[in-house]
Design a binder for this molecule. Structure first.
Ligand code: AMP
Ligand code: GLY
Length: 460
């Protein structure tokens, strides 16, 4: 079976949708899906305390934007058989895949084989994310701007290459390593140590069996996400993530401590350039190689003095970028996702709200290292009383009438306003109303967007 065989129309039908995942991204998707009058039910597998109302007899805080149409399924995101059988049993019209692990486990392929409509790429196109070696070679084949890199599969060749090419370099594990397989090095000694850790000691397992030794680029980083139907890409507003744990981009890398959109470092002219040089060639290249890309294509770009270059592709909604982007999306989300799954996306029809959205992550103490779980979270209803605020749950769990911490990134607190400064104020006001033991957050989310123009903006 392929996508085309599942094309019996969903036109005018009431929709039952299954969202796979359990983070802030998935709460934001459920929140936006429920805004559509066509949606009668949204399941989240496994979801979190924000993606269902829980047991109404117990009471407790009401998650942002959630009503009786939302419920959780106790199925893990990587449980391909469990998700497929739930989708069939519940007569799901569309499955939306959040995280990368189920994509790399072939969930989209299994759903399509079972005749279930899916938003998310199949195994072959998802290689753009789960194999950095594949994606680098793909970019070279299709003349998509990216950092020059050597691909090596034994430590001796890696060391020889590093000795012949001294200076700043980035060492990357080719496989999925939960965002931890990239080491940005100042010196050859650091790069040699990274080769030992990733390839010899295999600190991230087989992800380090093949390495990329990559030219180190300088510039501002930006996340460009686009809805794709296999033929065309409809870009979302440019977003910026904040990957380091502490203010001023200090400290260890995390899954993302906050995001905002639109990022002013990408103006309309640069967006057109990114569309023409990166997004459309990626879709055309995938199609030409026999792998139409359906889902979100997420290009992590560096805006260098020589123009935008791709650092990595992700094949899914970013987290926390998605929380900010859903606050900006005006159009009906289920209609866009179905149009992608059914190969009939019209990019110009996407509508976005004016103004800016800011999302601040509240993390557990110690994150991204080890952290405690089970701390009571208070102030959720007070924080989300402001209509311009949405408190998206990530690592949370319901215990009776309480909501407690259950992960490293606990909440993603978002606000929309007419400009970035006001959106920041709204998000931080809401953050300050929420309390849990050891609450950790960055205070500088979105500040970059208020600062002086970057080098990249001043390019010719
Ligand atoms: P990746 O997972 O490939 O996006 O890499 C994670 C982070 O490492 C990126 O967000 C960048 O901050 C940094 N990085 C990756 N590739 C490069 C590069 N070629 N030059 C400089 N920094 C990079
Ligand atoms: N925010 C980056 C990611 O989702 O990978």
């Amino acid at each position: 079976m392929d996508h085309a065989s599942i094309r019996q129309s969903t036109h005018g039908r009431h929709l039952q949708i299954l969202v796979v995942g359990s983070g802030g991204r998935e709460h934001a998707l459920v929140w936006k899906l429920l805004q559509s009058p066509r949606v009668v039910q949204v399941y989240c597998a496994p979801g979190n305390a924000g993606t269902s109302l829980g047991d109404p007899t117990q009471g407790g805080p009401r998650p942002s934007g959630i009503d009786g149409r939302a419920s959780n399924l106790a199925i893990e995101a990587h449980d391909v058989t469990g998700i497929v059988s739930a989708a069939l049993r519940l007569d799901i019209d569309l499955v939306v895949i959040g995280p990368e692990a189920p994509l790399a486990a072939g969930l989209a392929d299994a759903l399509i084989d079972a005749g279930v409509r899916v938003f998310g790429p199949q195994l072959a196109p998802a290689q753009l994310e789960y194999s950095k070696a594949f994606s680098k070679q793909f970019m070279v084949r299709h003349h998509i701007p990216t950092a020059a890199a050597a691909i090596v599969s034994d430590a001796e060749s890696a060391r020889a290459w590093l000795r012949q090419n001294p200076g700043p370099v980035v060492v990357k594990a080719s496989g999925l390593a939960a965002g931890k397989g990239v080491v940005v090095c100042d010196t050859t000694d650091e790069a040699l140590a990274a080769v030992s850790a990733l390839m010899v000691e295999r600190v991230h397992g087989d992800a380090g069996a093949t390495l990329l030794l990559e030219e180190r680029l300088e510039g501002e980083e930006v996340s460009i996400l686009a809805f794709c139907d296999g033929w065309v890409a409809a870009p979302m507003p440019p977003a910026q993530d904040h990957k380091r744990a502490y203010d001023g981009d200090k400290g260890p890398n995390t899954g993302g401590m906050g995001a905002y959109a639109p990022a002013p470092c990408v103006d309309e002219a640069l967006m057109r350039r990114i569309d023409a040089e990166v997004l459309q060639p990626t879709l055309a290249g995938m199609r030409a190689e026999g792998y139409p890309f359906i889902g979100v294509l997420f290009a992590g770009l560096m805006l260098t003095a020589k123009g935008p270059k791709v650092l990595e592709y992700n094949c899914r909604f970013g987290d926390p970028e998605t929380e900010a982007l859903m606050l900006l999306l005006e159009s009906d989300l289920p209609e866009i996702l179905l149009a992608c799954a059914e190969g009939r996306l019209v990019p110009d029809q996407l509508q976005w709200r004016a103004g800016s959205a800011v999302v601040v992550v509240l993390a557990a103490p110690g994150y991204p290292g080890s952290y405690p779980k089970g701390a009571e979270i208070t102030g959720l209803d007070a924080a989300s009383a402001d209509p311009s605020v949405a408190v998206f749950h990530a690592g949370t769990r319901r215990v009776g009438a309480e909501i407690v911490t259950a992960g490293g990134r606990v909440l993603a607190v978002g606000a929309h306003a007419e400009d970035l400064a006001r959106a920041r104020d709204g998000a931080y006001r809401a953050c300050d109303r929420i309390a849990f033991s050891g609450k950790q957050l960055r205070r500088d989310i979105g500040l970059r967007g208020l600062g002086p123009p970057s080098m990249a903006q001043r390019r010719d």
